[in-house]
Design a protein around this ligand. Structure first.
Ligand SMILES: N[C@@H](CCC[C@H](N)C(=O)O)C(=O)O
Length: 289
């Protein structure tokens, strides 16, 4: 008899994930298995996998177990590991609520970028304390076809290059990763955001995500964009002493990002569970190894 493995499907502003609850960390989710699950034709389909594990049961999270019971073991759609996923952490929180592990209100979630504070509001939105951005020095250039733009290097636990452009269509189909130079700035690859202005403290972006391609949204990317926009606009909260809130439109919806004068960044947006089911462990093992 075949072994059935439970999964759920969820999204945050249409950045979609296969959720695999595995409290005891008993499953071996190889990169090939993750890529198979995320395959939109031969698998379940998703931009990434949220592997839900108790912190105490995961070697990368044991040290955070006192602060956060659950660890978000996030994987990109190609099977690679990433430090952090902003939309993913909201969907992860929604799953914990859906499964009855947590109630509405405040909770913490362990990630590879540290423990994140999360608030599940009554109105359905979820707010995440994303920590502080790092802004490494140095010029970065993003190129698509004949267009090149200067970009801001912003690290939200994971790496981003943020380019302000005249027209989001100039980013092209974003099927392949846009070259970013100097390449040595990002030895582990980079997420690239293209941004246009929509109004005062209101921008819109498209993104090519490392390990997933163009996605409909990127939470860490939206935070990086808000930070870059605040520096460009002269509204840097550390310099002005006033919080800066930016509305960031993504193809899949809207995120609201606030940076406080102490540098702490909060992101608010939706998170939805859309389906639950089971897949066959044999299918995964035989088809993809
Ligand atoms: N979609 C995510 C980011 C996921 C990780 C990223 N692709 C990386 O490799 O750094 C988000 O919402 O932040």
């Amino acid at each position: 008899m075949s072994t059935r493995i439970a999964f759920l499907k969820g999204h945050g502003t249409e950045n979609d994930f296969v959720i695999v609850p595995d409290p005891d960390n008993a499953l071996e989710l190889s990169p090939a298995a993750v890529a198979a699950l995320c395959d939109r034709r031969a698998g379940l389909g998703g931009d990434g996998v949220l592997h839900v594990v108790r912190s105490a049961a995961h070697p990368e999270a044991r040290g955070m177990a006192d602060e956060a019971e659950w660890f978000m073991d996030y994987r990109n759609g190609d099977g690679s590991v990433a430090e952090m996923c902003g939309n993913g952490v909201r969907v992860f929180a929604r799953y914990l609520q859906h499964a009855g592990h947590v109630a509405e209100g405040d909770l913490t979630i362990a990630t590879r970028a540290g423990v994140k504070s999360v608030h599940i509001a009554k109105d359905g939105d979820i707010t995440v304390g994303m920590g502080r951005a790092r802004l490494p020095e140095g010029d970065v250039t993003v190129t698509v076809g004949e267009h090149s733009w200067p970009a801001r290097n912003v690290n939200m636990g994971n790496p981003h290059a943020v380019a302000f452009v005249a027209d989001l269509a100039h980013a092209g189909d974003l099927y392949t990763a846009p070259p970013v130079s100097p390449a040595a700035t990002y030895p582990d690859g980079v997420n690239v955001e293209f941004v246009v202005d929509r109004g005062p403290r209101h921008v819109a972006m498209r993104v090519h995500e490392r390990g997933s391609g163009e996605t409909r949204s990127c939470g860490t990317g939206a935070c990086a964009v808000a930070v870059a926009a605040a520096r460009r606009d002269g509204t840097d909260p550390a310099a002005t002493g006033t919080p800066a809130t930016y509305t960031v439109d993504v193809p899949g919806g809207r995120l609201v990002i606030t940076e406080r004068p102490d540098g702490e960044i909060e992101m608010t947006g939706p998170a939805v569970i859309v389906a639950e089911g089971e897949f066959d462990a044999e299918w995964l093992a035989h088809a993809f190894g």
